[in-house]
Structures are given as structure tokens and as C-alpha cells.
Ligand binder design. Structure first.
Ligand code: NI
Length: 214
């Protein structure tokens, strides 16, 4: 998974041969990393959420997310500039592998009452780094499923954070661009230096639970 030289119009198989043997019809896609221009572009709406190609993309995104140990993934991260995200509606990291991922096509979010809270985030496109990001604690979401049916709901806490992070990807926004204090940007291996400080408690309290994409 090295850095890419240029944007590609379609997701490209990374290890299809490797996965095809035991997970038929699923492909682990290459993840775009910080510096690739597709991560800064505004993704275009999906014209037909029920199109077979979109279903395939969503399925491969779920497989890619799981393979990478992530808990959310947006289509631009696999070189598809489309408004599609997958996210695990998890309440704890221990159970997140078992629940069915939420697939949202052409999603929209609105912040609900509940205030703003800060917590550590990471991103599969920025491997190894974490930072404190303020997000709305509660959000309402709506979009379409892979059958083209409208879906809507509310999320709170970590699932709300995941959705905000992934929808940001659709508008070319990466988590460091949401940080209000870049001093908390740190490699995972250095996070222990932040523990025990006078602020903020969330660093020590949820280092692994809030890692989006790692
Ligand atoms: Ni991300």
C-alpha cells in the first residue's frame, strides 16, 4: 500500500488474489493516503444507489474497512469520488466486528441538541496519527440504502462521531482540518505522553475506542 501517483477514476484491487481464495467475490481495495488529491475533492452524488456497481463498491469498502481494522470508511478513501460511506454503529470496540455496518448513500447530517465533545480520532488515510477533534455529540442522519430506499436515524457518541468523520471525507475534509489545537496531533506510540495531563480527560479514557479507522 504505497502512496499513489495520481487519482484514478475507479477503486483498484489491492489484494484480490489473496482474498479471493477464501472470501469469494470480495476485494480489499487500496486506501488513499494523506497527500492524494482525491481526499481533498468534493465527491459527487451517487445517481442510482441501487446500481450493481454501487453495491459492489459498498461490499468491498466493508471488506476493506474490516481488513484494515477500521470502524468507518468513505468512498473517496478507496479512490471512488462518490457520496457513499460505511460505518459500524458500535457501542464498544469489542462488539464492533459483529454488527452489520451501516451503508449510507448520498448521506446528510444535522447536529442535534447535545453539545460538542472532544475525543481522539484517527483515519485509515492518515495511518499512525491521532488527534483531538470536537464533534457534535448527537446527529440526525438520512440517506439511501443499497436498494434505493430512504433511511434516516439518530446517532450519539462514537457512532455520531464516526458519521461526522466519514461525511467530512465526502467534502474533502480530513480530521486534522477539524482540530482546534494541533498540539494534540500525535503518533499513536506517543499518546501515553498525553495521559495524566490536566486536560483533556478523553485522551486517557478512550484511546482505542475512538480511533476511527485504527
Ligand atoms: Ni478517515
Amino acid at each position: 500500500m504505497g502512496p499513489r501517483q495520481a487519482a484514478a477514476p475507479n477503486p483498484r484491487p489491492l489484494s484480490a488474489a489473496r482474498t479471493r481464495g477464501y472470501i469469494p467475490f470480495m476485494t480489499v481495495l487500496e486506501i488513499a493516503r494523506l497527500g492524494h488529491p482525491i481526499l481533498l475533492a468534493r465527491a459527487r452524488p451517487v445517481e442510482d444507489p441501487s446500481a450493481p456497481a454501487i453495491r459492489t463498491l459498498a461490499r468491498d469498502m466493508i471488506e476493506t474497512m474490516r481488513e484494515a481494522g477500521g470502524i468507518g470508511l468513505a468512498a473517496p478513501q478507496v479512490h471512488a469520488s462518490l457520496r457513499l460511506v460505511v460505518a459500524l454503529p458500535i457501542t464498544s470496540r469489542e462488539t464492533c466486528r459483529e454488527v452489520e455496518p451501516l451503508v449510507l448513500v448520498n448521506p446528510e447530517l444535522e447536529a442535534l441538541d447535545g453539545g460538542i465533545e472532544e475525543a481522539l480520532e484517527g483515519c485509515l488515510s492518515i495511518p499512525g496519527l491521532r488527534g483531538l477533534v470536537p464533534r457534535a455529540r448527537r446527529v440526525g442522519f438520512r440517506g439511501f440504502d443499497l436498494a434505493g430506499r430512504p433511511i434516516a436515524g439518530e446517532a450519539e457518541g462514537l457512532p455520531a462521531r464516526i458519521l461526522q468523520h466519514e461525511l467530512d471525507h465526502l467534502d474533502g475534509v480530513l480530521f486534522p482540518m477539524r482540530m482546534t489545537d494541533l498540539r494534540s496531533l500525535a503518533f499513536e506510540s506517543e499518546l501515553h505522553h498525553l495521559e495524566g495531563g490536566s486536560e483533556p480527560p478523553s485522551v486517557a479514557a478512550m484511546p482505542s475506542a475512538v480511533g476511527l479507522g485504527r
